[in-house]
Design a protein around this ligand. Structure first.
Ligand code: URA
Length: 261
């Protein structure tokens, strides 16, 4: 295995970052400083050190994280809490999030140290389906649904969205569904718009534009007040993983995701 691949797959840093570490003389192989990232090493018999510490090979890791609202999808932020606050720093140096969820969006977020996996999953031509459950203020009639399913314009200078799939779950008045909506604070509605129409459902998209679901539903006249990603490709969020918790993907889950890419 190449030295840079070994270090990236041991959560030392991304491939590009570890190449810099190697070139700067921070890495030793069997006691000798090596500055060539492409050198072949034997992961079972060679001793690799980074900054004087022996590196234990972990291999590629894939985490399923159930993101709570209120955290931004980034490694660090000077103001906000981030999804990495839920992980142990030491294990996460080379691990990054695959795509992004908005601060107020919940649900399935994948994290990995496998750059190729991330690239394939995010590559628009792969059309990997991402499904979201939503609650929105407003209503969706057949014409709105048809438009969303065919593709719509959501921003100046942007091309038509790829066809989406919509499955309306519930629709009616806010007062009927108030207690089902997983939202703590909608006080401006409580007082003024008790008879406000609301709608919930699932929307499946294959792209990953900024605030895409919210913007698509807005064009259809709906204001999203709750959003949760429930699946990516054939991988469903495991509801036994509580909000703010994570687990490693199983071999079967990894295999299934790879088959789709
Ligand atoms: N679409 C959105 O609007 N927000 C997300 O977080 C994800 C998809």
């Amino acid at each position: 295995m190449r030295l840079d691949k070994f270090l990236a797959e041991s959560s030392i840093g991304r491939r590009k970052t570890v190449r810099t570490y190697i070139k700067e003389g921070m890495v030793k192989v069997n006691g000798e400083v090596i500055t060539e990232p492409a050198i072949e090493i034997n992961e079972s018999s060679d001793v690799i050190e980074y900054l004087g510490k022996v590196v234990a090979y972990t291999g590629k890791v894939y985490y399923m994280f159930n993101k709570p609202a209120g955290y931004i999808t980034a490694r660090k932020d000077t103001v906000n809490k981030t999804v990495f606050d839920f992980f142990d720093d030491a294990k996460m140096n080379g691990v990054f999030h695959v795509g992004r969820l908005d601060k107020d969006t919940e649900g399935l977020l994948l994290l990995t140290n496998d750059g190729e996996f991330e690239h394939k999953l995010m590559y628009p031509q792969k059309h990997v389906e991402k499904t979201y459950f939503f609650w929105a203020l407003g209503s969706l009639d057949e014409e709105d649904i048809k438009q969303l399913e065919q593709g719509i314009y959501i921003g100046k200078g942007e091309i038509l969205t790829k066809p989406a799939k919509i499955e309306v779950h519930k629709c009616g008045m806010y007062k009927e569904f108030k207690h089902e909506m997983p939202i703590e604070n909608l006080n401006n509605i409580d007082s003024n718009n008790y008879n406000q129409p609301v709608v919930s459902g699932y929307i499946t998209i294959t792209e990953g534009r900024k605030h895409q679901v919210k913007r698509m539903l807005k064009v259809a006249g709906c204001y999203v007040v709750y959003l949760k990603r429930t699946s990516i490709g054939g991988l469903m969020l495991d509801e036994s993983v509580e909000k703010g918790h994570y687990r490693l993907l199983t071999e079967v889950e990894i295999q299934k995701l790879f088959e789709e890419l």
